[in-house]
Design a protein around this ligand. Structure first.
Ligand code: TUI
Length: 319
C-alpha cells in the first residue's frame, strides 16, 4: 500500500486532518454538530452556509468551535443571497478552509485567500477546474453527477481522471462514493481524497429528520432522479410524489419556469427539518442503495479508510 494515500497524504498534512475524508456541505443538513463529529473522527467536517445570513452562520461556527478543537470548514453555496456577508464572517472567524459549490467562485477568491483561507472549489467540469486553479484554489473537488443535490453532467469515473490530468493542484473525488471500494477506486483515478455527502446523511450525529434517514436506508440503486434541468440548476433527489409531479410539469411545455421554481422553494427544508419526504426534496446521491445502517461519523470514516487500505494492499473485496 502506498503511504501517500494515508500516512503521508499531502492534503491531510496541509489541512491538519488524519484521514482523507471530506464531508459534503449539504444545505439544511450539514450543521455544527455534524461538522464537529466528522472533524473529531479525523476527517474534515464542514458547516453548510447555504442560505444562512451572517448571524446564523457565525452562531454555527461558534458552536462548532465549542464541539471540536480540530480543523473544520464552511461550504459556501454561491447562489446564496447572503454570499457577500457570509464570506466576511468566514474571514473574521479565521476559518481555515472553505469549499465552494453551485457556481463560479471567482468574485470571492481574493478576499478569502488574503484572509488566509484555503479555498477548495467544487467543480463539475475540466474548464472550471482550470479556471479556479488559475485563480489560486488550493484544491478542487471533482464532483460527478452521481452526487445528490445540484449536479453537473459528467460521471465521477469520467470526470476525476480528466480533471487530474488538466490541473496541478490536488483533486478530491466526489459522487457515488460511500465505502472503501469507492475510496480505493478514487485513488486509482488520481484523487488524493474523497468527499462524501450521502454516506453522512445517515450518521448518528446528522440531525436530518428520521423520515429522511429512513428513506435513504430504504433506497435502491435506481431510486434517485434529476429534476430542474429546464431551470438551469439540475438537482438529484430521491424519487417521491414531489419529483414525479415536477417531472410531469417540467415535460409539459405549458408550465412556466416560475411555476417550476415555486415548486422547489423550501422543498429541501421541508424534507430535512419537517420530515415531509412525500412533498419535500430528499436530495441524495445514487449510492444511497449501498447504505443500510446508521453509524457514528467515527465508524463511517474509519470503516471506509480501513476497507480502502485492505483493498490497496491487494486483498479481495469481501461483501
Ligand atoms: O453545490 C453542490 N450541491 C448542492 S448546492 C445545493 S442548494 C441548491 N438547491 C436548489 C437548487 C440549487 C442549489 C444542493 N446541492 N455541489 C457542488 C457543485 N457545484 N455541483 C455542481 C457544481 C457546479 C455547477 C456549475 C459548479 C459550478 C458550475 O458552473 C458555474 C459556472 O459559472 O461555470
Amino acid at each position: 500500500m502506498q503511504k501517500e494515500f494515508f500516512e503521508e497524504n499531502p492534503l491531510c498534512s496541509a489541512l491538519g486532518i488524519k484521514y482523507p475524508v471530506i464531508q459534503g456541505g449539504m444545505a439544511h443538513i450539514a450543521d455544527a454538530q455534524l461538522a464537529a463529529a466528522v472533524s473529531n473522527a479525523g476527517g474534515l467536517g464542514l458547516i453548510a452556509a447555504m442560505n444562512s445570513n451572517a448571524d446564523q452562520l457565525r452562531e454555527q461556527i461558534r458552536l462548532a468551535k465549542e464541539l471540536t478543537d480540530k480543523t473544520f470548514g464552511v461550504n459556501l453555496m454561491l447562489m446564496s443571497p447572503f454570499i457577500e456577508e457570509v464570506v466576511d464572517v468566514v474571514c473574521d472567524e479565521k476559518i481555515k478552509v472553505v469549499t465552494t459549490g453551485a457556481g463560479n467562485p471567482s468574485k470571492y477568491m481574493e478576499k478569502l485567500k488574503s484572509a488566509g483561507v484555503k479555498v477548495i472549489c467544487v467543480v463539475a467540469s475540466v474548464a472550471l477546474a482550470r479556471m479556479v486553479e488559475r485563480m489560486g484554489a488550493f484544491a478542487v473537488v471533482a464532483e460527478g453527477c452521481e452526487s445528490g443535490g445540484h449536479v453537473g453532467e459528467t460521471t465521477t469515473m469520467a470526470l476525476v481522471p480528466q480533471v487530474v490530468d488538466a490541473i496541478g493542484i490536488p483533486v478530491i473525488a466526489a459522487g457515488g462514493i460511500a465505502d472503501g471500494r469507492g475510496m480505493a477506486a478514487s485513488f486509482m483515478l488520481g484523487a488524493v481524497a474523497v468527499q462524501m455527502g450521502t454516506r453522512f446523511l445517515t450518521a448518528k450525529e446528522c440531525s436530518v429528520h428520521q423520515n429522511y434517514k429512513d428513506k435513504v436506508i430504504a433506497a435502491k440503486d435506481i431510486d434517485t432522479v434529476v429534476t430542474g434541468k429546464r431551470l438551469g440548476h439540475p438537482v438529484r433527489a430521491l424519487k417521491n410524489r414531489m419529483t414525479r409531479e415536477f417531472v410531469e410539469k417540467e415535460q409539459n411545455p405549458e408550465t412556466t419556469a416560475e411555476e417550476l421554481e415555486a415548486m422547489g422553494v423550501g422543498a429541501l427544508r421541508r424534507a430535512a427539518k419537517e420530515g415531509d419526504v412525500k412533498y419535500g426534496s430528499c436530495m441524495c446521491g445514487q449510492i444511497a442503495g449501498l447504505i443500510k445502517t446508521e453509524n457514528t461519523c467515527k465508524e463511517i470514516v474509519e470503516s471506509v479508510c480501513d476497507e480502502a487500505k485492505r483493498l490497496l494492499r491487494g486483498n479481495k473485496v469481501v461483501c
